[in-house]
Ligand binder design. Sequence first.
Ligand SMILES: Nc1nc(=O)n([C@H]2C[C@H](O)[C@@H](COP(=O)(O)O)O2)cc1CO
Length: 181
Amino acid sequence: MAQKINQAKDPGPPHGAVTGQYADEEYFMNVALLFAKKSRDPKSKVGACIVNEEGKIVGIGHNKMPNGREDDFPWKRGGSRGLDTKYPYVCHAELNAIMNKTSVDVKGCTIYVTRFPCNECAKAIIQSGIKHVVYLSKPSAEDPIEREAAERLLSGIGPRQFLSKTEADELLKSILPALNE
Ligand SMILES: Nc1nc(=O)n([C@H]2C[C@H](O)[C@@H](COP(=O)(O)O)O2)cc1CO
């Protein structure tokens, strides 16, 4: 039997939805977008920015190969996800943002991420104590099992899509060229 997914549990981050503070959310998502540009992945650049309850950035990350091994693995895409592709090696933006935290922990924080988290990052997000997920894009062409697992894992948080009237769409195209293929 399909598991029922709880939707929209997230009341929103403390620095987001209130009139006059929406600009803060744009700022944090744009930090995530800017950081995505650091990625060496030629096809899919992802950025993440963790913000605490005081509205301070306490972690940023982009998808990259493991530290010190940046040149040792391929960036090749492919459905096979074999050893000659990037998939078994790349560290996702969300994981890097959590690992890069500048505070003791990230409990109660919000993660702004340019792409919907995968199931592995969903686990890391939950275990780290992050309480809100705001994402920019949710590409449909992803592994259906992993996507469904991520949705189920994050159902207790209720990820919220970031909506902005800024140039976020244009920026997104520039970091996810694979979406435009
Ligand atoms: N939430 C995510 N954070 C990430 O950092 N990534 C990274 C890992 C790879 O470098 C790339 C995925 O490759 P591709 O299949 O879109 O060419 O994006 C992917 C996702 C999607 O789940």
